[in-house]
Design a protein around this ligand. Structure first.
Ligand code: C5P
Length: 196
């Protein structure tokens, strides 16, 4: 079965949690595409060469989840050649046999516009910063500034900017528990699988 669930949205909106839950429930493969950009940013040197030569060991680094790695990722993500170098891998993952869930910024708009389910998971900047702060600690005001800066860079870039696909189901998790957000996403996928 070829079946793709595209989950897009800004940083710390809950995409990863929802993507993992959907993958587990339906036995689909999961690709966190942010990790690709984080690995390119963390590698240093020429980002285009880093993207073209990205390998397993780059993705296995244990420093890819930091705020600094997120900032570095969003800086290399504006470079069209970096994005191009990562397209083929993401597309083939999306259409792999057995189903796939990809979370990122441009999955439903650019990588897999034919995805059977498209979700756009969002929440207010303050709620997202609070969630990220609970994970990383430090100064909450700084985390909020970081979230807003990354939102702006991701939404304003010329290539594959962050925006919902026209046919995406928007899930605002600002006032939702994790369980409620996951349940809403599972219901969308179930409805589509049932209809197919
Ligand atoms: O999702 P995550 O916070 O790990 O993404 C890090 C950065 O990578 C994002 O801020 C964005 O600039 C970039 N990214 C992207 N397209 C994707 C996934 C991530 O441009 N599909």
């Amino acid at each position: 079965m070829i079946f793709t669930v595209a989950i897009d949205g800004p940083a710390a909106a809950g995409k990863g949690t929802i993507a993992r839950a959907v993958a587990k429930r339906f036995g689909f493969g999961h690709l966190d595409t942010g990790l690709l950009y984080r690995a390119v940013g963390a590698k240093g040197g020429d980002p285009v060469a880093a993207a073209r030569g990205l390998g397993e060991t780059d993705l296995a680094r244990d420093d890819l989840r930091t705020l600094a790695a997120g900032q570095a990722a969003s800086r290399v993500a504006v470079i069209p050649e970096v994005r191009e170098a990562l397209v083929a891998f993401q597309r083939s993952f999306a259409r792999r046999e057995g189903g796939a869930v990809l979370d990122g910024r441009d999955i439903g708009t650019v990588i897999c516009p034919e995805a059977e389910v498209k979700l756009y998971v969002t929440a207010s900047p303050e709620v997202r910063a609070h969630r990220r702060w609970l994970e990383v600690g430090g100064d909450e005001g700084e985390v909020l500034a970081e979230v807003k800066e990354r939102d702006r860079r991701d939404a304003e870039r010329a290539v594959a900017p962050l925006k919902p696909a026209v046919d995406a189901v928007v899930l605002d998790t600002s006032a939702m528990s994790v369980e409620a957000a996951v349940a809403a996403a599972l219901a969308e996928v179930e409805a589509c699988l049932g209809a197919g």
